[in-house]
Ligand binder design. Structure first.
Ligand SMILES: [Mg+2]
Length: 182
C-alpha cells in the first residue's frame, strides 16, 4: 500500500443529505485525526477525492469550500497530522469524467503520486466510490460510517468485489497497516 485515497463526506466527516455548506456543518467523525496520523507516521501519502456538486449547484462558493478544508487542515495540524492533497470535482454532471463513479480524479491522483493502481487503496462509504476505484483497478474499502451501512444493506454488485469492510476509518487504517506488517 503506497497511497491511500479517501472519500470525504461519510468517511472523514458526518454525511449530510443537504451537503456540507459551512464550517459548522463539517463535523469530524471519531478517530479520523488519529487514523490520518497513523498513515503519516507510516509515510503513506493520503489524498482526499471528493465530489462537491454543492459548489456546482451554487449552494457553496469555491472559497467557502476552501475555508472548510483549511479548517480541517488546521485541525489535523494540531494533532501533528496532514493530508497530502485534496482533489475536488464540483461538477453536477454525472457524465463528467472527474465526478465519481467516473474515475478521473482517482486517475489524476495516481498519476500525480506516480503510484500503480494495485498499490493504492480507496476508502469510501458509497457505491460510487467503489465503482470509481474498480474502474481504475485499485483496492477497495467500504466503511460503515456515513452512507456505508445503507450501501451494504442495498448489496454490493459483483462488479466491485472484492471489497474489504470496516466499521470506520480508524479501524480500516489500523487493519490495512497491520497487514503491511505481516
Ligand atoms: Mg461519501
Amino acid at each position: 500500500m503506497k497511497l491511500v485515497l479517501l472519500d470525504r463526506d461519510g468517511v472523514i466527516n458526518e454525511d449530510r443529505k443537504d451537503s456540507v455548506k459551512s464550517q459548522d456543518e463539517f463535523i469530524l467523525l471519531p478517530g479520523v485525526l488519529p487514523a490520518i496520523k497513523l498513515l503519516n507516521k507510516a509515510s503513506i501519502p493520503v489524498a482526499i477525492v471528493t465530489n462537491q456538486a454543492v459548489v456546482g449547484r451554487g449552494e457553496l462558493s469555491l472559497e467557502g469550500l476552501e475555508n472548510i478544508h483549511e479548517c480541517f487542515t488546521e485541525a489535523l495540524k494540531k494533532e501533528g497530522a496532514f493530508i497530502d492533497k485534496i482533489y475536488v470535482c464540483t461538477s453536477t454532471d454525472s457524465q463528467n469524467y472527474y465526478r465519481k463513479p467516473n474515475p478521473g480524479l482517482l486517475a489524476q491522483a495516481l498519476n500525480d503520486f506516480a503510484i500503480k493502481p494495485k498499490d493504492a487503496v480507496f476508502i469510501g462509504d458509497a457505491l460510487r466510490d467503489l465503482e470509481a476505484a474498480t474502474a481504475i483497478q485499485c483496492s477497495r474499502v467500504l466503511v460503515r460510517t456515513g452512507k456505508g451501512s445503507q450501501t451494504l444493506k442495498e448489496g454490493l454488485p459483483d462488479a466491485v468485489l472484492p471489497v474489504r469492510i470496516f466499521n470506520d476509518l480508524y479501524e480500516a487504517v489500523h487493519c490495512l497497516l497491520g497487514e503491511e506488517m505481516c
